[in-house]
Structures are given as C-alpha cells and as structure tokens.
Design a binder for this molecule. Structure first.
Ligand code: GLY
Length: 411
C-alpha cells in the first residue's frame, strides 16, 4: 500500500506515524514533508502544482492521498485527483469553500439552522463604518477569504473597528480576502475543536480537543498556527456534546446531503461554548494542527481502515483509548513573525514517543531548526494533569537556542 500525505507540518508527521503504527508495511510519501517525515517515508520534490502531484501519484501507483493542509484543498486538488481516477481524502473544491469562503459558510449555517453567532456582510468600508455608528458591543471582523489564518480581528470599540476596517478594506493588508467582510457578534466563552471524519453519509466525530492559538500565556499576543492542544476538551460535558450534535452536527449533515456537498474527508467544527450553548464559529475541511498531534496517540482504531471503509461503503466506527493527551509546541523565539533557523537541537534522539517534527531537519547528522514551530511534544496520562506533567517533563529534555514554548497548555 502506498500513501501520499500532502503538507509539511507536525500534523502530517502525526498522520504518517499513526498509519505506520497500524500497518508497518505501508510505504509513505510526503509533499513537501519535513525532517521527521523524511525518516518515516520519502519527501517528494519538484511537484509543486496539484496537477504535478496527480501525475506523480499516477506514475508511482499511489493508492490513497490524504490532504493535510487547506492550501491544497482550496487549489482544487481533490477535483483534479478524482478526474485522474485517483483516490484522495479531502473535500472537492465546492465543499472546501466551507473553510475557504466565510460568507458561503455562514450562509450555509443560516440556511440549515446550524447555531452560529449573528452576523452581517459588508462589501465596502463606508457601509461597514456606518454599521459601527449604531454598535457598542465587541465584534469579530472577519475577511471573507481565510487569509492564511490571519483574517479575524476582534474589535472592542469604534476606534479598534475603524483601524481594523482600514487595514482590511482600504490598505488591503489581507489582499483580496478582505474585499468582503463579515462582522460577527463576539461571544465570550470557551473554545473547542471537534474534528470528524465524513464518510459521505455520516459525520463521525473524534474526541473533542482544545487548541491554544495565541503566542503568549493566558491567550495574549499574536495569533499563531497553534501553540498546544489537549484532548479531550474539559469544557465538552455530556450536555454540551448533546447540544453540539443537535444544533451543529445534525443540521450540518442535512445541509451537506441536500446541497450535494458530500466527500470522504475531515470536517472540523471550530466551536464557542457560551452560556451553556454551543455555537459554530467556523468549519475547516481538514484535521487541525496541533489538535491532530494530541488526537492520534489516543486513536485505538486502525486509521487506514476508517478511510478505506468509506470507499467500501462500510459503516465507520472510531474507538479511542480512555486516556488524556497534551501537546506542547516548541517554537523559535520571534514566531509568528521573524525568527532564526539553523539552531542545533539536542535531546531529540533519546526522547520518548510520542513526539512530532514540525520545523526541523537533519544536517550533518544533527537535528537543526528549520521553521517557526519546531517540535510537538506529547504527554499521555490517566488524567489531564498527568498528561500535562508528562509533556512538560519531556520538554525539559529538549534544548536549542531561541527555544520558546507556552507554560500554560492545559492549565
Ligand atoms: N488549530 C487550528 C487549525 O488547525 O486551524
């Protein structure tokens, strides 16, 4: 069996390690991959477009491709692979718009009664500023396109809103992503991520997760790709789970079926729990990073079977270990802005599994940093506290110049 995994972060390394753990005879290929994936498979080079990758997959008789990163999904990689008769896990372009086009996603939620914060859509700076004249509450200003994860600004007053709108709609800080915007009611509460597998008929949720998006402790500072995660999310109680199924998952499934947006792939619900109710803030059409890194070590089921059962039209069931998981991201000081690379990493070769490589590679037999987010260190325990302690005990064994990590993951 040959599997191609598209993406180059810790998430893709985690997917690859899980597949191999379940079946050590799988041959893995990654594009573009990273230093960790080059050890468990082959990183392919010089195949930059989805079409190039399709040609590679055909030529090398790849059985299944799994798309990690949204970037390729929004380039229509699934449509291209399907047209070439290749099996690929991920949404076709129309469904990937649930992540890539926020106005499309919010309209879908509204149409099918998926509970989401109230919102308005604006096509010009003037219209949006007029709206603020009547508004006193905090709002989330969101670009229509995802703007590499940066297009959401929370404004607590008119001045902040004006500054954000100028940046988005006049200075075009996020390019064309900001030609249209959404202004959404800002909800106070606890965030949660529920990632699921969609087998074309049913949405099968994974364990709940919580990610930590800001660079600073207590969720202060700039947004990042994610500085840590825990599984399960302690705020997802039984009653919240029931509320999620009834008011988010079931209407989403109904909408996907009616709109013929079915696919084999992942659907990520980015949630806010506010006043004991679950609201959907956004869909992503992939597995989260770094949620994947905390989730996969707890997955008991064979991951490849989950994927293959959808092609075989078999019912999908996912079994989980009754344990807790904590992922701490080690990054280079300066990330998510400017940072240095090429720093020697020590302690990695003797580190206890699980851990994943995000931005590191081997040079002259030594591990060196090659990205902003460098390593994902995982602790597994019988309680959340134990998993946190194990993760941070492992973190102490790693060193490199300019090492930074948040000390409050899971706390
Ligand atoms: N952890 C959030 C994301 O993957 O977008």
């Amino acid at each position: 069996m040959k599997i191609l995994i598209i993406g180059g972060g810790g998430r893709e390394h985690a997917i690859g390690k899980k597949l191999l753990e379940d079946n050590r005879f799988i041959q893995l290929y990654f594009y573009p991959g990273n230093g960790g994936t080059s050890i468990i498979g082959k990183n392919i080079e010089n195949h930059h477009s989805p079409l190039d990758l399709g040609v590679f997959a055909k030529k090398n008789e790849i059985d299944i491709t799994i798309v990690g990163s949204e970037f390729f999904l929004l380039e229509g990689i699934v449509d291209i692979f399907n047209n070439m008769g290749l099996k690929i896990i991920g949404p076709h372009y129309s469904a990937a718009r649930l992540e890539g086009n926020r106005i499309f996603a919010k309209s879908f939620m509204k149409k099918y009664g998926v509970r989401t914060p109230k919102y308005d859509i604006f096509y010009s700076y003037e219209e949006a500023m007029n709206f603020f004249k009547k508004k006193t509450n905090s709002v989330a200003i969101k670009t229509n396109g995802i703007a590499a994860g940066k297009g959401v600004i929370i404004a607590h007053n008119q001045n902040e809103a004006e500054k954000a709108l100028k940046n988005i709609m006049i200075k075009k800080k996020f390019g064309k992503s900001g030609d249209q915007i959404i202004i959404e009611e800002f909800l106070q509460g606890k965030e949660a991520s529920i990632i699921s597998f969609f087998n074309g008929k049913n949405i099968i949720p994974f364990l709940s997760a919580k990610d930590y998006k800001k660079i600073g402790e207590n969720e202060k500072g700039l947004n990042t790709g994610g500085m840590g995660s825990i599984v399960p999310n302690p705020y997802i109680t039984n009653s919240i789970w029931i509320d999620f199924r009834k008011n988010v998952l079931e209407p989403t499934l109904e909408g996907l079926m009616i709109e013929k947006l079915t696919f084999f792939g992942f659907l990520y619900f980015g949630l806010m729990i506010s006043n004991n109710k679950v609201y959907l803030l956004e869909y992503n059409t992939r597995i989260g990073d770094p949620e994947a890194q905390a989730l996969f070590p707890l997955m008991k089921s064979n991951f490849l079977n989950i994927i293959q059962y959808s092609y075989q039209q078999k019912e999908t069931y996912i079994d989980w270990k009754k344990l807790y998981s904590c992922c701490v991201v080690l990054s280079s000081i300066g990330y998510p802005e400017k940072y240095e690379i090429g720093k020697i990493i020590t302690g990695l070769n003797s580190l206890e599994e699980p851990f994943y490589i995000a931005g590191a590679k081997i040079e002259q037999k030594k591990w060196v940093t090659s990205g902003g987010r460098v390593l994902n260190i995982i602790g597994i325990g019988n309680s959340l506290q134990e998993s946190i302690k194990k993760a941070y005990d492992k973190v102490k064994k790693i060193q490199f110049e300019n090492l930074y990590f948040r000390k409050d993951i899971g706390l």
